[in-house]
Design a protein around this ligand. Structure first.
Ligand code: C2O
Ligand code: CU
Length: 454
């Protein structure tokens, strides 16, 4: 599980004195100054994404770039992020106004509507008040408004952030970025790159280290012999099959958590759920290395020659383990049967994605008590793949289709049609938490519910 010292009393959890501590510039200052504060501002604003192939897309961005800035902090840092919404208000730019449910009323009498924004720290198990879910942990931040998020970065790993308001539109459109928490101890890799996979329109793209996305082959030059970590983040709403060829590699981390005892893979491919992350490590060989996403050569290291794409079997990620002990017993058992149905709304038939036959907001809220262990059986009876994402917790994979697994910790796990996954959740982060399918269209069609602590 994840501990959140200083956050277990609810509320903001971070003392103001700490936040007035040394600014990032003073980092590495006096020895024993344990708290380092990292401050960032993320401004939601329009931008245009230009793809190297010639296409483009009108986007919503953080700070004018898509993906948004890579927030890179160190384990132990206090992270303070100011979110400002400067997206346009339909009907003109409204400043100094008041906001009511998405309608902005300016002091000059002008009114308009706009896109609300929040920031959810996907996979980073923040205290509930910082989780960025509109209507649950905060109100949406409307054009002209701002909001401050604060949390302590305790868990090293690869994460990402995205807006959670109208997310099936806002995230594909660009309101996302990457979050990396570097370990407090020096990392063994001298090369460390973070990759975002995202589709604009119908074009799969790759962004390396927060650079503009490319739908053509991206090239990287690395010194042969360099130990390298590629942090691959699927910011899309569909899964992707990754291939890495030209070098044996290891899956060093999944969904931000280290995978102990990983062994070299050669030519194996990987299925990465929407929202999920894999950290891949290898030593740069003398020849070229190729990363493919689906059928697409996406990243070529040390070309110009291109090795043949990986064509090996797809790794069953549930065979990978986690160092922490699994719960010895369970206080609660619950089942989520995933399916879809036609529901009538406003006199029209509409597709609903359901959990136990019900869609948002009619899915009952499971209630747990702090410290309880819950075994969840997830059964997919539908015809779509569902990347299930419980907020605030990583679950541990107990079994997949009846085959015992080794307790891998995941925050987004892909349940294919016909599959049955059993996962363990340890209730160690009190609050009211969203749980949903990360195919965000499915979430918008009803596959989302809360989990609450009593
Ligand atoms: Cu990545 Cu509820 O989200
Ligand atoms: Cu789904």
């Amino acid at each position: 599980g994840h501990l959140h010292p200083g956050h277990d009393t609810g509320g903001r959890g971070v003392s103001v004195d700490l936040l007035r501590g040394p600014a990032p510039a003073a980092a590495g200052g006096p020895a024993g100054a344990r708290e380092r504060v990292r401050r960032f501002t993320l401004t939601a604003q329009p931008a245009t994404v230009r793809l190297p192939s010639g296409g483009g897309a009108e986007a919503w961005s953080f700070n004018g770039q898509v993906p948004g800035p890579v927030l890179r902090v160190r384990q132990g840092d206090l992270v303070e992020v100011v979110l400002r919404n400067r997206l346009p208000v339909q009907g003109g730019t409204v400043q100094g106004g008041t906001v009511q449910g998405g309608t902005v009323q300016a002091s000059n009498g002008q009114a308009g509507s706009g896109q609300g924004v929040t920031i959810h720290w996907h996979g980073y198990d923040v205290p509930a008040a910082e989780d960025g879910v509109p209507g649950v942990t905060q109100d949406a931040i409307w054009p002209g408004q701002s909001h401050v998020y604060r949390f302590r970065a305790e868990d090293a790993g690869t994460y990402w952030y995205h807006s959670h308001q109208n997310s099936s539109v806002a995230v594909p459109r660009g309101l996302f970025g990457l979050l990396v928490v570097d370990p407090a101890a020096p990392a063994p890799e001298s090369e460390d790159h973070v990759l975002a996979l995202h589709t604009f329109g119908s074009r799969p793209t790759l962004s390396v280290d927060g650079a503009a996305p490319s739908d053509l082959l991206t090239r990287l030059t690395l010194a042969p012999g360099a130990r390298t970590r590629l942090r691959v983040v699927n910011t899309d709403t569909r899964p992707v099959v990754l291939g890495l060829s030209g070098v044996p590699y290891r899956i060093a981390a999944v969904d931000g958590g280290d995978v102990p005892g990983a062994t070299d893979l050669d030519g194996a491919r990987l299925h990465l759920a929407a929202g999920g992350r894999y950290d891949l490590t290898f030593t740069v060989p003398s020849g070229p290395v190729l990363l493919t996403t689906g059928d697409r050569p996406a990243l070529l290291i040390n070309g110009p020659a291109m090795p043949p794409p990986a064509a090996g079997p797809i790794v069953d990620i549930t065979r990978y383990g986690s160092a922490a002990a699994l719960p010895a017993r369970f206080d609660r058992e619950t089942t989520w049967v995933l399916d879809k149905t036609l529901a009538v709304s406003g006199g029209l038939p509409r597709l609903a994605q359901t959990v136990n036959g019900k869609a948002w907001p009619n899915i009952p809220t499971p209630v747990v008590r702090q410290g309880q262990t819950v075994r969840i059986r997830v059964v997919n009876r539908g015809t779509d793949t569902h990347p299930m994402h419980p907020h605030g917790h990583h679950v541990r994979i107990l079994s997949r289709n009846g085959v015992p697994a080794t307790g891998l910790a995941m925050d987004t796990f892909d349940v294919a049609p016909g599959e049955v996954w059993e996962v363990a959740l340890v209730a160690d982060n009190p609050g009211v938490w969203m749980s949903h399918c990360h195919d965000l269209a499915h979430a918008a069609q009803g596959m989302e519910f809360h989990l609450a602590y009593e």
